[in-house]
Design a protein around this ligand. Structure first.
Ligand code: AMP
Length: 143
């Protein structure tokens, strides 16, 4: 059974500027920032600005801009982290592995032969997240 959108979830609070994030990409519709518990160095989250709990709640227009944002960010993450490949993940409801109930896509750079760390296992040091965000912003053509 699904539930309603909770406007106090962590990503809604990031969108309102109530909580900080390591921002890498932003459009009027989409925000991307570093995952604080990366499954691999450079793990980035891409979220719609419009409220949506899961993939099943998002409007077609918002999903369109979101998936284009995922592609843009994925290309930059792959370049910035010199990755061999990418894993894109998206979880729906607790049973599906979702922890934060605002729709998001995980962009995880992958190196040949390197396993991903477990989901939400360990916080990365802030300086590492700052450095990786800067590399990804640079690959996106920003400062
Ligand atoms: P999930 O809902 O299962 O797709 O996972 C939520 C993801 O959000 C996990 O990978 C967490 O490490 C990440 N996360 C939780 N809180 C924050 C935060 N404040 N900033 C960035 N990432 C977060």
């Amino acid at each position: 059974m699904t539930s309603a959108y909770d406007s106090n979830n962590i990503f809604a609070r990031i969108l309102r500027g109530e909580l900080p994030c390591h921002r890498v990409f932003e459009t009027p519709d989409v925000l991307a920032f570093m995952d604080i518990m990366p499954r691999a160095p450079g793990h980035t989250l891409v979220i719609p600005k419009a409220p949506a709990r899961t993939l099943l709640d998002v409007t077609p227009a918002s999903l369109g801009t979101l998936i284009l944002g995922v592609q843009t960010v994925a290309a930059a993450v792959k370049t910035a982290m010199e990755a061999d490949g990418l894993t894109i993940q998206q979880f729906n409801e607790s049973a599906g592995g979702q922890v934060v109930f605002h729709l998001h896509f995980h962009v995880i750079p992958r190196r040949e032969g390197q396993a991903m760390r477990p989901h939400t296992a360990q916080m990365a040091p802030a300086d590492e997240l700052v450095a990786h965000a800067a590399r990804i912003r640079q690959a996106l053509g920003g400062a």
